[in-house]
Design a protein around this ligand. Structure first.
Ligand SMILES: [Zn+2]
Length: 328
């Protein structure tokens, strides 16, 4: 249960950039302040020294010692004096403090021996930004999925209303996310265009990234383009591609059936699904095609592998995108 390595490296880089920027901000303000009020320089040094001493004692496990209490009191007194001097010199009292994106860890990413929440958030955000549909991902959550677009009139063919069906689908997918492990089954989402398959797939991606799973999302076309590129540049191993397509905890393939179908894509998809199953990893497929059309397009071999490894979810309703255009 971890993101791919490149995510951690990128997040670390972003944190380092953030810290360098806040340090630069600090020293610029420090120079300004000391020019106006030289006494502040000595105060800052004392503050840094007492702060470092407290950290050292805490690291030795002496967090409740009388010495720490004394140092902390001293530190507070120094801070009070600094605020006073700053204000007298015409600066905001927190002028030297509010340079950090995260005051809790001063942009170091750690609080004592723990990672700071800001760093964990940054890692999560980096994982989301790495998804090709990152911009859409932000807006497609379970919370923003609007069931009011689905009629509450009973559909005679189903014996249920579309809203009822879709409420069940949403509940199922939420459960899928909260109990997800790489041993979970895959999903096959079926339904006409504009019924929310992409929205709910991205909602799943969002939830699972929040739970620190390595999830990759792409349209069938995107994914096949990557596979094709790799296929024709033999000899170079693409670690990122392996991480995304073969080793991700969950791979979501959207819009299956809208890509250019060739004998290469048909066998590439089959191999992809098979390799993931061999690695014990689930895949989510979304398609506007019906099962019979899937069989015709991708062979019976592929479709039966798909059906055997996925729970089938059927979407019902009237094209939501069309309705939104009409409402607008
Ligand atoms: Zn922090």
């Amino acid at each position: 249960m971890a993101y791919k390595k490149s995510i951690y490296l990128r997040a670390k880089q972003a944190l380092d950039d953030r810290r360098r920027a806040s340090e630069a901000r600090y020293w610029q303000r420090h120079a300004e302040v000391v020019a106006a009020c030289p006494e502040i320089d000595a105060l800052e040094r004392q503050l840094a020294a007492t702060g470092a001493e407290v950290v050292k004692l805490a690291a030795r496990g002496e967090s409740s010692s009388a010495q720490i209490a004394r140092l902390s009191a001293e530190n507070l007194e120094l801070q009070r004096k600094r605020a006073e001097l700053l204000q007298t010199a015409g600066f905001p009292k927190d002028y030297l403090e509010n340079v950090y994106t995260c005051p809790a860890c001063r942009d170091t990413g750690s609080c004592g021996s723990y990672y700071c929440k800001c760093y964990l958030d940054l890692i999560r955000q980096t994982a989301k930004d790495a998804i090709p549909a990152a911009a859409m991902l932000k807006n497609c959550t379970f919370e923003t999925f609007d069931l009011s677009y689905y009629s509450d009139e009973v559909d005679p063919a189903l014996g249920l209303s579309h809203r009822r069906v879709m409420t069940t689908v949403v509940a199922f997918l939420k459960d899928y996310c909260s109990s997800f492990s790489p041993a979970s089954k895959g999903l096959l989402m079926l339904g006409k265009t504009g019924l929310g398959k992409t929205h709910l797939s991205l909602a799943v991606v969002n939830r699972l990234i929040d739970r620190n799973f390595n999830v990759y999302y792409g349209t069938a076309q995107n994914i096949l383009d990557r596979l094709q590129k790799e296929h024709f540049s033999r000899g170079t191993t693409d670690e990122e591609l392996d991480d995304d397509l073969y080793r991700s905890d969950l791979l979501v393939i959207d819009d299956l059936g809208t890509e250019m179908v060739t004998s290469f894509t048909v066998s590439a998809l089959y191999n992809l699904l098979n390799t993931r199953l061999g690695n014990g990893l689930p895949t989510v497929f979304n398609t506007n095609l019906q099962l019979s059309e899937l069989e015709q397009t991708y062979s019976q071999r592929f479709t039966s592998r798909l059906m055997g490894s996925c729970d089938i979810i059927e979407f019902h309703g009237r094209d939501v995108r069309q309705q939104k255009r009409n409402r607008a």
